[in-house]
Design a protein. Structure first.
Length: 153
């Protein structure tokens, strides 16, 4: 039970970490890696922005290793699991559902997913690193739920 609470807590905390990282790192000093995600000036399937998957995987790998090797800090394993599950959810929502890098879930008609897609479109209307909004992924401002409900046919 404690392991599940730790895993779920780490997953939920990752939304705040994502928001902060996206706003202050990706749209800050590492904009050079994130820029091609906003300005499609490349022909490759991969983007420099994809390096963030590797960057964000490193803490999980380290926590898995330490938590698995040392029973005194066993809980680190479950923190890593929560981070990894969030990364998987992020990949499914951001890369597959929103950006359709793999053509799956293209016909999803759910108010929650329409709100996520709208918030992300608002984020991408800004092509530069300044003046951005909607930096989170799974939790979006309530107004986008209202728009999704209003615009549903």
């Amino acid at each position: 039970m404690v392991a599940a609470i730790i895993t779920i807590s780490a997953f939920l905390i990752m939304e705040a970490v994502t928001w902060l990282t996206h706003k202050f790192v990706m749209h800050g000093f590492l904009w050079n890696l994130h820029r091609d995600h906003h300005k499609k000036d490349h022909d490759s399937f991969f983007e420099r922005n994809d390096y963030f998957f590797v960057i964000f995987a490193i803490p999980s790998i380290i926590l898995f290793a330490i938590g698995n090797a040392n029973q005194h800090v066993w809980y680190l394993f479950y923190i890593a699991l929560g981070i990894t599950l969030y990364g998987f959810a992020y990949f499914m929502v951001h890369e597959i559902f929103i950006h359709q890098r793999f053509k799956l879930f293209s016909r999803t008609d759910n108010m929650y997913f329409r709100a996520i897609r709208k918030a992300h479109k608002v984020h991408h209307k800004h092509l530069g690193k300044e003046d951005g909004e909607c930096f989170g992924m799974l939790i979006v401002p309530f107004k986008y739920f209202m728009e999704a409900k209003k615009n549903h046919k």
